[in-house]
Structure formats: structure tokens, C-alpha cells
Write a protein that binds this ligand. Sequence first.
Ligand SMILES: Cc1cc2nc3c(=O)[nH]c(=O)nc-3n(C[C@H](O)[C@H](O)[C@H](O)COP(=O)(O)OP(=O)(O)OC[C@H]3O[C@@H](n4cnc5c(N)ncnc54)[C@H](O)[C@@H]3O)c2cc1C
Length: 387
Amino acid sequence: MGPAANAFRQEVRDWLAKHWTPEKQAAHRRKPFKERGWDVEFSKLMGRDGWIGVGWPKEFGGQGRSATEQIAFITEMANSGAPSQAHGTAESIVAQALFAHGTKAQQDEWLSAIRRGERTFALGYSEPEAGSDLAALRTRATRDGDDWIVNGQKLWSTGGDKAEYMWLAVRTDPDAKKHAGISVLMVDLRSPGITIRPSLALYGKTFSAQFYDNVRVPAKNMVGAVNNGWKVITDALAAERVMIGGTRMARIESAFDRLTEYLKTAEAGGKALRNDPVIRDRIGALAADIEVARQFQMRNSRLVEQGKVPIHEGAMAKVFASELQERLGQAALDILGTGGLLSEEADSAPVGEMEQVLRHAIMGMIGGGTNEIQRNVIAQRGLDLPR
Ligand SMILES: Cc1cc2nc3c(=O)[nH]c(=O)nc-3n(C[C@H](O)[C@H](O)[C@H](O)COP(=O)(O)OP(=O)(O)OC[C@H]3O[C@@H](n4cnc5c(N)ncnc54)[C@H](O)[C@@H]3O)c2cc1C
């Protein structure tokens, strides 16, 4: 890290020390696990002080921070455990798509509200018959005056039971080739006709299915031109993979630091764990992998800075970081033994949260498009291999 990033890191730490107080942390930890991480009031506080949109270009009201500064920011946030999920999707995915595809009016209204932490989003892509083959989606939008009328069903939307808006992929032309008849709408989830059914994912947080029954959405909430949604979606998915790579990298690094700190003094059977050659071997390998994940993230942030969309680069970062998270979780459980299985809520857990790190890994491998699909993206888009 250069001096600018270190100074910025200190600024972030100072702000967190003042606003993410021990009292707030204790109150946060008293919430059920599925409620943690999503805190609209804290998002608004971050927005008030300019901490949403740290990496956004200045022309959109962001701080225009460099790649190294952005990484300093996300690692400090991960280390502190401060909640950022309420604004995360809007800030990192919806905003990136609005920079490229939003109208001036949409940018003015939506970006400033997102930056203030006032507009929370979930992503409505997947359907019962459309996952990896997302272009098979069937949720229908038909035009009626100044509105679109939406009918259909979405599935697996992370945070869909908490967010105010859905970034919704809909079919607007059922007769066109499947990629050519799709559009994107920003849908107020409080609109009449929407039923939301939450369920609990393996990693302990909720996602939701939603049913849309003649839901009216103002036409001004369409992002990009009618039937041009595939481009908007693929750009947004690239941003999502960059975000998954980045948040994973930060979380992994933070958990790894706690694990190595523990190993410095821990003993088993009267022997210091730090002297065990097998443990040192695994820790050394993980440290190298974490550095690779960090470099992937650095490259992606730089590409975004240059106005490029990191398609296969984003896919690489997501695949690598999510699989690294699994390796870290497994290594931690092997090293900590039964104690590693204790949840972070258990006072006696040697290094809290390790079993959750492992359960959480699966989300990064499937969410944002499975890692099998990402490897196809890398082969096709990165290496020009045929479909
Ligand atoms: C925790 C979690 C959070 C999620 N959050 C969201 C969200 O916020 N919004 C949203 O819209 N969706 C979300 N999803 C859904 C996710 O995007 C889909 O599950 C994913 O795209 C896979 O689709 P599918 O489940 O229909 O599986 P399928 O597409 O049916 O795939 C099944 C298996 O076949 C493999 N496969 C399929 N096609 C190919 C191929 N061409 N080549 C190689 N292998 C292939 C897949 O890799 C997978 O292993 C989430 C999923 C999870 C688990």
C-alpha cells in the first residue's frame, strides 16, 4: 500500500472508531444472525459522511478513489464487521449499470439517493426455469400507457425480503430471439400485486421468491432501451462478480488474520500449534492465495477506473475468491478441530465465525452465476475459445 492508501485507511479507521462504536457492535451482535449486516440506519450514516460511492467517479458524486484505496476501504469495513449489505448491491451493481445505461434523469435521482443510503436494492434475475440460462427468463412486462405491467415469478433474490427496490429482468418481447427481448426495470417492492416469500439459505441469511401479479411500474424506471436489457444485465453481472470477488477477498483476509493471530499462541496437547509443520504449510499456501485474490481485485478496480467492464477478469476473481474461501474454511476447521465448529455466538469458540466462513463460501460459488459458468466465460470471453 502506498502512503495515500495508508492515510485513507487511517481516515476510514477513525470514522469507524467514532461511528461503529462498541455499543453499536454489541447491539448488532444481539440480533439474530440472519438480520445482521443489513442496517439501513447505518447505511444512511455512511451516506451522510460520503462513505457510499468511495470508488465511484467524482462526476457521479463519488470520491473517485484509486484501486488501492478502494481495497483499503473494503478490508477496513470487513475487519470492523460494520454492516454494509443494505446499500452494497445498489452501490456496487445497480450504480455501475446506471453509470453506463441510465438516463441523465435516472442518474440524478437514483445515484444520489443510493449515495445517501436511501435506496436499497435486491437482484431479480433467476426464475424456476432460468438460472445459468438466464436469457430463458419468462417474467413478462407489457406496456400500458405510462406504465409497464409485470407478471411472473423470481427466485433466490438475496435480501429480497428487506430491500425497497428490485433490479428486475423482464421479457418485453416474447417473439424476439431470447437475448433480444429482455429489459430491466427498477421496481418498488411496496407496489400492489407483489408477494414476497423469504427463505433461509445455508449460510444463515435470507433470500426470497417473489410473485408479480399485474404490478404497475412507471416506464421511467426502465434502465436502457426497451429490449436492450441483456447488455445492461451482463454489465451488471460483471460488476456483481467484481463485488463478490472483492467482498470475499476482504472477508477471507480478515478471517485469516484472526486465525493466524490465534495460532501464534494456541497450544494443543502441550505443543504450540505454530510449530506444527502441517499447519505452517497450509497457512503459508493460504497467505499466497490471499495475495493472488488481492491482485485480482486490484486489476478489476483498475479496469473499472479506466471505464472498462471486466467480464472474464471479474469471473476469474469470483471463481478464485469463492473457492479460496472454501479452502480457508476447510483449513480452519482442520486446524481448530471441534472448536472450529462452534458458532461465533459461542463464548468458547477459539476463532469465531469459521464454520460460517465455510458455509458462506457456497454462496459465492453459485450466486452471480455458478463457477462452472464463469469458467465458460473465461474460456470464451478471455481466451476466445468457441462456445
Ligand atoms: C446463496 C445464493 C444467493 C443467490 N442470490 C441471487 C440473487 O440475489 N438474485 C438472483 O437473481 N439469483 C440469485 N441466486 C441464484 C443463482 O444466480 C442461480 O442459482 C445460479 O445462476 C444457478 O442457476 P440454477 O440454480 O437455476 O442452476 P442451474 O442453472 O439449473 O444449474 C445447475 C448446475 O448445472 C451447471 N450448469 C448449468 N449449465 C451449465 C453449462 N452450460 N455448463 C456447465 N455447467 C452448467 C451449473 O453450474 C450448476 O452446477 C442466488 C443463489 C444462491 C445459492
